[in-house]
Design a protein around this ligand. Structure first.
Ligand SMILES: CNc1nc2c(CC[C@H]3O[C@@H](OC)[C@H](O)[C@@H]3OC)c3nc(N)[nH]c(=O)c3cc2[nH]1
Length: 383
């Protein structure tokens, strides 16, 4: 294929971010992309293999999700990016005509692939599906994301699991910086498509500041904080965020990768994060867990067997309002597919309601009060 002439991602016309309101470090904003706008703070449901598991795309949209995630690692292996491209791109393929963000694939290679090797040039690995060999370089990752047609593309990076030696964290952070340079050079910024860099540096504040400043100097449409939600305690994650977000440009979106619980999200919005993704609401739903404004409810627990109450009679989500806990308990125990479907619906609905509440609170200048109210709801427990 002809090598497209790279354009400066910072100059692409239609991709943009505007801040509508701020309240302390919290920001209410809007990202504009080729496939529409994203209201921030935003929660992005994970659609790793071109589907948000057990949900119809129309349902996900109706819950208020402005953007979904796809994953380069999974889609490059199956059905391959070239096949998705031949079929019209990922938006057409999964019938989601709204913004899509794709990860670069490095994280999944390190956590899923076999016989993986990383060097200056690329990551090489064998598919966990059929053992076939693959090479993922900064350039190949963007080629794949371009074939998928995602509106927000991530640089290839190296994320180290915590705890880790400082030397290892530093090595991976500097490699990720060099890969950020190569990603920017390789990015063919079609109008409305953005390239995000990923800040690394583990739990070391000095390395985080160095990574954030270096990436800002290179210049990207947005900045992800990577290398977190990899096993560290919440207080470590929040300490790193407090050291990192002030070093990032205020007029660009910030995306905290892989986070998190409702409490993680509220605390991170308060430290200047705009975008989140996490498998928590979807995976927990498939395992019988419901997230509600009164905290988590484990529907596997026998105490629900005779409970006629819905999960949340005040919810706008039919799954939380029109089905009894006894029925949900039955479906979960019987391993009926409808159990996973209803609980995933409940959880994504709660996460989107949580984000809508945060956006409104920041606009009204009452983020701290709202945070206290939301936490008090969780503390009330499951009445
Ligand atoms: C869970 N904690 C966590 N996830 C993380 C991911 C995967 C998110 C990606 O993984 C898929 O969800 C399973 C989603 O597709 C998401 O796409 C962006 C990361 N990806 C990159 N490139 N760099 C990181 O430093 C990183 C850190 C993470 N911490």
């Amino acid at each position: 294929m002809t090598v497209p002439t790279p354009t400066d991602p910072a100059a692409a016309p239609a991709f943009g971010f505007r801040r509508i309101a701020t309240d302390g470090m919290a920001r209410r904003g809007e990202v504009t992309t080729a496939h529409g706008a994203i209201r921030t703070p935003a929660f992005m449901p994970v659609g790793t293999q071109a589907t948000v598991k057990t949900m119809y795309p129309e349902q996900v949209r109706a819950l208020g999700a402005d953007i979904l995630l796809g994953n380069t690692y999974h889609l490059m292996l199956r059905p391959t990016a070239e096949r998705v491209d031949r079929l019209g791109g990922l938006h057409r393929f999964m019938n989601w005509p709204h913004p899509i963000l794709t990860d670069s694939g490095g994280f999944q290679v390190m956590s899923l692939a076999k016989l993986r090797k990383i060097n200056e040039q690329a990551v090489t690995f064998q598919s966990h599906i059929d053992g076939s060999r693959h090479v993922l370089s900064p350039e190949r990752s963007l080629e794949i994301q371009g074939l998928l047609g995602s509106d927000i593309q991530m640089q290839l990076d190296e994320c180290v699991a915590l705890p880790a030696e400082r030397a290892e964290i530093e090595r991976a952070m500097r490699l990720s910086l060099r890969w950020a340079e190569r990603s920017k050079a390789a990015f063919f910024g079609k109008p409305g498509h953005g390239l995000f860099a990923i800040v690394q540096g583990g739990d070391d504040e000095a390395l985080r500041v160095e990574s954030a400043r270096a990436l800002t100097a290179i210049g990207f449409h947005g900045y992800a904080v990577g290398g977190l939600a990899v096993g560290e305690p919440q207080d470590v994650m929040l300490r790193i965020l407090s050291a990192t977000t002030p070093e990032l440009p205020e007029d660009r979106p910030r995306y905290l990768m892989g986070v998190g619980t409702p409490d993680d999200i509220v605390e991170s919005v308060g430290r200047g994060i705009d975008m989140f993704d996490c498998v928590m609401p979807t995976r927990a739903g498939r395992h019988g867990q419901a997230f509600t404004r009164r905290g988590k409810v484990n529907l596997r627990n026998a105490r629900h067997a005779d409970d006629p109450r819905p999960i949340d009679e005040e919810s706008t989500c039919p799954a939380a309002r029109d089905y009894s806990r006894a029925y949900l308990h039955h479906l979960v125990k019987a391993e009926e597919a409808l159990g996973a479907m209803l609980l995933t619906w409940i959880n994504l609905s709660y996460y989107q309601d949580l984000m809508a509440g945060l956006r409104a609170a920041i606009e009204a200048g009452r983020f701290e009060d709202h945070k206290a109210e939301v936490k008090a709801g969780w503390a009330r427990g499951d009445i």
